[in-house]
Design a protein around this ligand. Structure first.
Ligand SMILES: C/C(=C\COP(=O)(O)OP(=O)(O)O)CCC[C@H](C)CCC[C@H](C)CCCC(C)C
Ligand SMILES: O=C(O)C1=CC(=O)c2ccccc2C1=O
Length: 299
């Protein structure tokens, strides 16, 4: 028999390595940025929107593949069976597949710039890629200093969303900037949650993640504070008439936010149980951003 059968655990490892739900973090800034553009300028270019979504997915794939490559160099992923480098046993191949994804993603961004006859979007996305590299690549490795959440906030918040808005309108917007604060926070929450179960490996490899610095109990309380902050912020933007009332639909993510906070408060020091918290955080990010964008379109 020539066909190779993938056993369920192996298939599970591959799914954990590719992390399909994670791509919501790349898609939502473009969805919400384009929704704000539609509300304000009554413009929607589906070709640019589709190009941007595809490019963002490819750029995030590069970020994740190269994360496994760089983490293989520091040894931090030794026990991570779902690292792409550990799964394939070929770091060089993964390095070049990552670079191919980055190249194709940037080609999509260049195509947008050509359609717009304006290089601004290229400049912003290159800046995002620099932040992404500085998170994990030598000599910076700022994620190892606990600075990842700040980089994440700017890449997926103000920068990513300004690029999305500009790609539709070739101008800037204060409303979009306000919405980008929400996206920046809610995306950084996902990264923050990803550290809880890795404290032992992180300390061993010298990575001072925010959870290594704060401890898991304080980390859980910080998580609750930031998760809870997005709802009063949205309400404030509605009261100030910056957001339309329909954006309150994003409160439909509250049950997931409550579930996330409870789960992490109860299990912050139990790696096996808390390891799924980043996927609950992705649900909060997905639902809140989906309805935030919808709120701008309906409003
Ligand atoms: C790769 C990231 C997290 C993985 O971290 P960690 O090493 O702890 O994970 P493992 O345990 O799985 O090894 C995310 C890092 C995000 C980074 C700070 C910013 C990335 C910016 C993107 C490249 C830009 C995308 C912008 C988009 C809107 C086009
Ligand atoms: O693998 C991860 O844990 C993450 C990957 C990723 O691309 C990302 C992007 C934005 C916020 C968080 C994360 C991760 O946690």
């Amino acid at each position: 028999m020539t066909s190779t059968q993938i056993s369920p655990p192996q298939a599970k490892l591959w799914m954990a390595a590719i992390k399909p739900p994670m791509y919501s973090v790349a898609i939502m800034p473009i969805w919400v940025g384009s929704a704000v553009a539609f509300r304000e300028i009554k413009i929607f270019n589906p070709i640019i929107f589709s190009l941007f979504i595809a490019a963002a997915i490819l750029i995030l794939a590069w970020e994740n593949i190269s994360n496994d490559v760089f983490d293989a160099e520091t040894g931090i992923d030794q026990n991570k069976h779902h690292s792409l480098v550990n799964l394939t046993g070929n770091k060089t191949l993964m390095f070049w597949i990552g670079n191919l994804c980055l190249g194709l993603g940037l080609l999509g961004i260049i195509a947008i710039a050509i359609l717009q006859k304006d290089p601004t979007v290229i400049a912003i996305i290159l800046l995002c890629c620099c932040l992404g590299y500085m998170y994990q690549g030598p000599p910076f490795r700022l994620g190892y200093q606990g600075l990842g959440e700040i980089l994440c906030f700017f890449a997926f918040g103000p920068l990513g969303m300004s690029a999305a808005y500009y790609s539709q309108t070739q101008t800037w917007s204060m409303t979009n900037l306000a919405a980008s604060v929400i996206l920046g926070i809610v995306t950084s929450l996902v990264l923050f949650c990803s550290h809880f179960h890795q404290v032992v490996d992180d300390i061993a490899a010298g990575k001072k993640s925010p959870i290594v610095r704060l401890g898991t109990h304080t980390g859980a309380k910080v998580l609750v504070g930031f998760t809870a902050s997005i709802y009063p912020l949205i309400l404030l933007f509605v009261i100030l008439n910056i957001f339309p009332i329909w954006t309150l639909l994003s409160f439909l993510s509250l049950p997931f936010a409550v579930k996330l906070c409870r789960h992490v408060l109860e299990n912050h020091n139990q790696p096996d149980k808390v390891s799924n918290s980043k996927f609950i955080a992705i649900r909060v990010q997905f639902v809140s951003c989906l309805f935030l964008g919808l709120g701008f379109i309906l409003g």
